[in-house]
Design a protein around this ligand. Structure first.
Ligand code: SAH
Length: 367
């Protein structure tokens, strides 16, 4: 059913309008929105408060769900990774990370990714396609239903991070649409203030985001303090080099709310970008632009075909100390779900599938 309307990507007013075009009163639209977005029901058959005849008419023209879960992986630290497939057979990955006081869901904005960051496994897939708003919303519904049961209210708050596969700012319209759908108090009720979008540095879209009301928080993937090194690690830097990127961050800074900071993520690659000199260069660069920000150091998550190793704890600590001594707020991000390929930069459905399959085969053969 390729022409079917994907209902999970519609806001409540749009859904009301859609049902009105089917000759239904507005309250039916509101009822359907609550069923899909608040009760997180994924099949018309389950929406038993709608008349049977309406349900079968809906099934003829629309879809309540399009993503299918292919596999679920559970990490020893409680992190869960979902490998899903779109209706056209493309991989989508989502990670659910339980934390003491809240849960974080890391979702994908694209299947694959067009950027070619050398330290990220997803890059090896290339871009398969951008995801629709409905496909973004569904990832959150699937993760919450699996963690707590269909429609059960999560016991803790939910934070969202657009740090799965893809470059969210190359799919900004659908991303913002998904955020509008999810913010509805009669639906998932996850407001943009609970959402962080991470970008490799798509400068014009950073400026667009700065002009968006009710925008999510922003994180920038930095990875290197000089153009020379960043050109190699993140080729997008050749298009929008550091001065332009930091210029856009400066514009964005003007829209920060009290207490809000811009986040700079810095993946730590052993012997590549983790020296004392790199730390000093990074601190000087950030101080020169004087942006209200913090730095998150992310030890590299290794994955077979990637030519890097994570920096040691001692090196990460030294890097952090240098940044802090120069007044830069710095945090070290603890990796989650590494054992199931759920950590940053490890999402690349096809490859990890193969890796896991071959591991399994090996253990079978050596039994
Ligand atoms: N395209 C977006 C969002 C996805 S990446 C972006 O680039 O920001 C999310 C974060 O994971 C980025 O900060 C990226 O630098 C980091 N990352 C990518 N590969 C990694 C790896 N192998 N180990 C640790 N972090 C990685």
């Amino acid at each position: 059913m390729t022409n079917a309307v994907q209902l999970t990507g519609l806001t409540q007013p749009e859904l009301v309008l859609f049902l009105e075009t089917m000759g239904e009163p507005a309250y039916r639209g509101r009822q359907l929105f609550a069923a899909l977005q608040h009760r997180r029901l994924r099949s018309f058959d389950d929406i038993t408060d709608l008349p049977k005849d309406l349900r079968s008419r809906l099934a003829g023209v629309a879809q309540a769900a399009t993503l299918k879960v292919e596999s679920t992986y559970l990490s020893s630290d409680g992190t869960r990774r979902y490998l899903m497939k779109t209706h056209d057979g493309l991989p989508v990955e989502t990670v659910f990370i339980p934390e003491e006081r809240r849960d974080t869901i890391c979702f994908s904005s694209q299947s694959g990714c067009p950027l070619q960051c050398t330290f990220c496994l997803t890059a090896q897939l290339g871009l398969l396609r951008s995801l629709t708003a409905g496909e973004i919303v569904e990832q959150i519904q699937i993760a919450l239903n699996d963690a707590y049961g269909t429609g059960v209210k999560p016991p803790r708050g939910t934070n969202l991070v657009a740090m799965g596969a893809g470059e969210p700012l190359l799919n900004l319209d659908q991303l913002l649409k998904a955020l509008r759908v999810m913010a509805d108090p009669q639906g998932l009720h996850i407001v943009p203030n609970r959402v962080t979008v991470s970008t490799a540095g798509v400068v014009p879209r950073i400026l667009d985001l700065a002009n968006t009301s009710d925008r999510p928080h922003l994180a920038i993937s930095f990875a290197a303090p000089t153009d020379e090194l960043r050109d190699v690690l993140m080729p997008i830097n050749k298009k929008w080099p550091l001065e332009e990127l930091l210029g856009a961050c400066k514009v964005f800074e003007k829209t920060l709310k009290p207490g809000e900071r811009l986040t700079f993520e810095y993946v730590m690659l052993d012997g590549v970008n983790d020296s004392e000199e790199h730390a000093r260069q990074l601190a000087n660069l950030l101080n020169r632009h004087n942006i209200r920000s913090k730095v998150n150091l992310i030890p590299h998550n290794p994955a077979d075909p990637l030519p890097y190793r994570p920096s040691s704890d001692a090196v990460v600590e030294r890097f952090k100390n240098i940044l802090e001594s120069k007044g830069v707020h710095t945090y070290v991000r603890r990796p989650r779900g590494r054992d199931i390929f759920a950590a940053c930069g490890q999402l690349a459905a096809r490859q990890t599938h193969l890796i896991l399959a071959s591991k399994l085969l090996l253990s079978e053969l050596t039994k």
